[in-house]
Design a binder for this molecule. Structure first.
Ligand code: 2BA
Length: 109
């Protein structure tokens, strides 16, 4: 059995969770925040039997899209009074960041 931890973008989370639950998966949705962009994203926990992993990853792939974001880095420390306007940096976010972890099972107490 595997625990799939999927970090997805907020815009993709709703339809993905609907698709996963329609397929019979149990899903836990956690609000999270990326350390780089400091923007909200969604972390999903899904425990599945090994044969279900590939179809699950396919569903995640189908519902998560890559998007381009522009980040303005902090301007370098100006010396001698010069001004350096920050140049936005292009960042590709997503589709999804997925961790697949071995687990011995799910216990419901
Ligand atoms: P963030 O940390 O906000 O990262 C958003 C996007 O910024 C990343 O997209 C990546 O394109 C870029 N990025 C992140 N760190 C960077 C760095 N040090 N230098 C340059 N660019 C950087 P994704 O790779 O698609 O990641 C989306 C979100 O997935 C991340 O949001 C984070 O919440 C999570 N994530 C990604 N990789 C992870 C990892 N190895 N461990 C834990 N969480 C991860």
């Amino acid at each position: 059995m595997k625990l799939v931890i999927a970090v997805v973008q907020h815009q993709d989370a709703g339809e993905l969770v609907e698709a996963l639950t329609a397929q019979g998966h149990r899903v836990t949705r956690i609000s999270s925040e990326g350390g780089f962009l400091r923007e909200g994203n969604v972390t999903l926990l899904i425990a599945v039997d090994d044969p279900a992993i590939e179809p699950l990853l396919k569903t995640i792939r189908e519902h998560c899209y890559t998007r381009t974001r522009y980040v303005s880095p902090l301007p370098p420390v100006a010396e001698s009074g010069e001004f350096y306007p920050p140049v936005p940096v292009e960042v590709q976010v997503g589709g999804a960041t997925v961790f697949v972890v071995n687990t011995s099972g799910v216990t419901r107490l």
